[in-house]
Design a protein around this ligand. Structure first.
Ligand SMILES: [Ca+2]
Length: 381
């Protein structure tokens, strides 16, 4: 098996038992502030996996950017691609992207997917809901697939789709939408690019959304002035939405978007344009909403989860951020909305998503053409 990642210098192999199935698994140990952590490769062979949703029965739903959705058994076996996934534009950063479960999944088996949908003017982030078929044969398909949201307008550039999903405690669904490399439209309330939107699960608009009734504004918009938010999670106690967004050349941010507020892109940024052209820094515009944390140099974030499990007591209430450029997980400790410390957990691969499993274990996806699902659990000292 190809081992594409190099753990921290202190890493030691803790288990290389003969694999029971082809996909199983090598495991290593890395040292963190919480003690040694066992990192297993649950499976690999996934083409740029993007989103992961742990199911109540211990299996995992994983998207591949090329347009496939698969079930992963706890032992690492991969299902064939599930039937019923909508057509995607698998180009650039686009494709089949996030997947989340309905808060009532156990009773309704609903799942929600984001993807880049083809259409007039190029492609755009769309959200579909569907029911995961039941039983040993039916589970290989999505049923009753309905598109509940479409980003308007669509755009030709194949970058900055945003596309993370997060459920509020009230059952409304937040969707993050990138700026599609168009810059100024992130400030234009007549379109969805560079916004966070909030919808009901049937796609209708919650009546208490901040721009409902404002002429010229799309009523789905929750907040605006975002660049490319590829991480979203709801705080387990406060119920607030937290997102991060990819900066330009450096200047990644964490924001806690409040309804109706402007988060500044492209008027201000902690980073600068890739051309080297500078961008005014956020303190010059106190009328704009300020981030709660930012990184210079960049961490290149994707995927995000609050840790609430029991397996890593020292990580309770931490915010876990997947790192592409930083090739690991960035763990932030918080006091309210203030970031009090940061730990880099080196996994040796670009991390596209990070999620907590049902038993407090942590799953991460590696952004590779031969991508892996990693499982993090405590290792004995
Ligand atoms: Ca900002």
């Amino acid at each position: 098996m190809k081992r594409t990642w190099i753990a921290a210098a202190t890493a030691a192999v803790v288990a290389t038992a003969a694999p029971a199935v082809a996909q199983q698994t090598d495991a290593r140990r890395i040292d963190t502030q919480a003690g040694p952590v066992r990192v297993e490769v649950v499976t690999r062979g996934l083409s740029n996996p993007w989103g992961i949703a742990p199911l109540p029965d211990g299996r995992l739903l994983v998207t591949e950017r090329a347009g496939r959705l698969r079930l992963v058994q706890a032992d690492g076996r991969l299902s064939p691609p599930l039937a019923g996934v909508p057509e995607v534009v698998a180009r650039g950063q686009g494709g089949l992207l996030d997947v989340v479960l309905d808060p009532d999944f156990t009773s309704n088996r609903r799942v929600y997917l984001t993807y880049s949908e083809p259409g007039d003017g190029g492609s755009g982030t769309a959200v579909a809901r569907a029911r995961l078929g039941e039983g040993r044969l039916g589970e290989g398909r999505l049923e009753d697939v309905q598109v509940i949201f479409r980003q308007l307008p669509k755009a030709n550039d194949a970058r900055h789709f945003g596309s993370r999903l997060a459920f509020g405690h009230d059952g409304r669904l937040w969707v993050t939408l990138g700026d599609r490399m168009l810059f100024d439209p992130a400030q234009d309330l007549s379109g969805h690019v560079g916004k966070v939107v909030r919808i009901e699960t049937d796609g209708s608009v919650p009546r208490d959304n901040p721009f409902v009734g404002r002429p010229g504004a799309r009523p789905e918009i929750w907040s605006y002035g975002h660049r490319n938010p590829q991480g979203a999670a709801v705080h387990p106690r406060t119920g607030a939405l937290w997102i991060h967004e990819f900066g330009p050349r450096h200047g990644d941010e964490i924001n806690v978007p409040e309804p109706g507020r402007n988060y500044g892109w492209p008027l201000v940024s902690w980073g600068d344009h890739y051309s080297g052209q500078s961008i005014p820094k956020p303190p010059t515009r106190p009328d704009l909403a300020q981030d709660v944390h930012h990184w210079v140099p960049a961490v290149s974030p994707s995927g995000m989860a609050f840790y609430t499990g029991g397996r890593f007591p020292a990580w309770r209430d931490s915010l876990l951020v997947g790192g592409l450029g930083t090739r690991g997980i960035v763990r932030l400790t918080l006091d309210g909305t203030r970031v009090t410390s940061e730990e880099r957990i080196a996994l040796g691969a670009r991390i596209r998503d990070v999620r907590q499993g049902r038993d407090g274990e942590i799953y991460a996806l590696t952004d590779e053409s031969d991508g892996a699902v990693l499982r993090l659990t405590p290792a004995s000292r």
